[in-house]
Design a protein around this ligand. Structure first.
Ligand code: SF4
Length: 383
């Protein structure tokens, strides 16, 4: 049974903008294209318990969560690794349903999603916490916090969709922290958004089991997956996580019609080994196809990795060149505003199709899903 608590506050745009503070937006938040909406007013209120999806009841009051590879075993009163779910007398509850900590309007390019409706505004939602512990997280202010440590809105799924429409956003996105840890909320918002003819996408670390993933993908148009490195050692030591479940998620998304883009944040000394990058590109080409857009993003010092330097641009360019040698057709250099490969080039005639500076679209020469100059089909969602 799901317990509901009525919303006490109606949010208006004026109110958002008046008190807006930037929460959990990473590097992209520096752009003037981003419109922060997040503000805080519900700190200290009682949590809203909603029954979680995908868990098993075991002997006694023990619970095993089935949402991600961790499959947390949670005793009565305990919480899962992601901090967002609690066993209360043998029932498992999400503590973040209708409790977003960040609401913001971004350009779709910030996700990054480069092969879907260039230049549209997306309405982004996030709650507290994550099921990884990445030492480089740019959004650690929210991803490495529990719900009680943050200021949160109270906003039901239908209200999120209503706000997105009011703000003229063509799509909703779940991003900043890890959406898998607020799955129930994301799922209901996505379903409502589809009923309202809106597009839906999300940005994930890929740590989600296949059953909840396939159920969710029915309501998704696009997914951006972080492929943080290409070794179990890197995942274990830098993210306290595992690579294999992410690869499984990527292959599962590929089985569907949902548009997929992949991001690799290249961190000096940790995952910038060019042999490892080549293996990753080979795996992508073989398992996801050569048309999947791949973003090599620049690292900037953050969270627990403030002693490392930003990624040299040459490293990103070498990574891109390796991807090209392995036959990948759409490889981008990200977090490097003004770089030539922020833009999309036609693999047929090599002409520039979408000119971008960082997240801003200046020109678009894709017509009907094809290159305007030579007619080469370009994968993605264009209308
Ligand atoms: S979603 Fe959270 S509680 Fe469930 S298995 Fe993953 S980390 Fe554990």
């Amino acid at each position: 049974m799901i317990e509901k608590e009525p919303l006490h506050t109606t949010l208006t745009r004026r109110r958002f903008l008046k008190k807006g503070v930037l929460l959990g937006i990473g590097l992209g938040g520096l752009t003037a294209l981003t419109r922060p909406l997040a503000q805080a007013f519900s700190k200290g209120k009682a949590l809203t318990p909603y029954e979680a999806k995908y868990y098993k009841k075991l002997a006694g009051e023990l619970i095993q969560c089935q949402m991600c590879f961790r499959r947390c075993l949670v005793p009565e009163g305990g919480r899962g690794f992601c901090r967002n779910k609690q066993n209360r007398k043998g029932k498992y509850y999400t503590l973040v349903y209708a409790r977003p900590c960040s609401l913001q309007i971004d350009p779709i390019e910030k996700e990054p999603v480069f092969h879907m409706l260039p230049g549209i505004s997306i309405f982004c939602t996030a709650t507290a916490s994550c099921n990884n512990r990445c030492k480089f997280c740019h959004n650690w202010h929210i991803s490495q916090r529990s719900v009680e440590e943050l200021d949160n809105y109270q906003l039901l799924p239908e209200e999120v969709v209503k706000l997105a429409k009011k703000e003229d956003c063509a799509a909703l996105s779940f991003t900043y922290s890890e959406p898998t840890v607020f799955y129930e909320y994301m799922f209901d918002i996505a379903r409502k958004a589809k009923e309202n003819n809106l597009r839906v996408l999300y940005h994930t670390n890929g740590s989600i089991n296949s059953e909840p993933l396939f159920a969710l993908l029915k309501y998704m148009d696009a997914v951006t997956v972080d492929l943080k490195g290409f070794s179990e050692k890197f995942y274990r030591e830098v993210s306290s996580s595992e690579l294999a479940p992410v690869l499984e998620t990527l292959k599962n998304i590929k089985k569907t019609k949902v548009h997929l883009e992949v991001v690799n944040l290249v961190i000096p000394t940790l995952n910038d080994d060019l042999k490892m990058i080549r293996q990753m590109c080979q795996w992508i080409g073989k398992n996801l196809g050569k048309d999947v857009p791949l973003h090599f993003n620049r690292f900037f010092p953050a969270y627990k990795l403030t002693k490392l330097p930003p990624t040299p641009i040459e490293t990103l360019e070498k990574a891109r060149e390796i991807g090209r040698e392995e036959g990948l057709r759409y490889i981008y250099v990200g977090n490097a505003p003004g770089h030539k490969y922020n833009s999309t080039f036609c693999p047929g005639c090599q002409k520039r199709l979408i000119q971008r500076i960082h997240f801003k679209v200046l020109e678009n020469h894709i017509v009907g899903g094809k290159c305007k100059f030579c007619g080469h089909p370009i994968p993605g969602i264009w209308s």
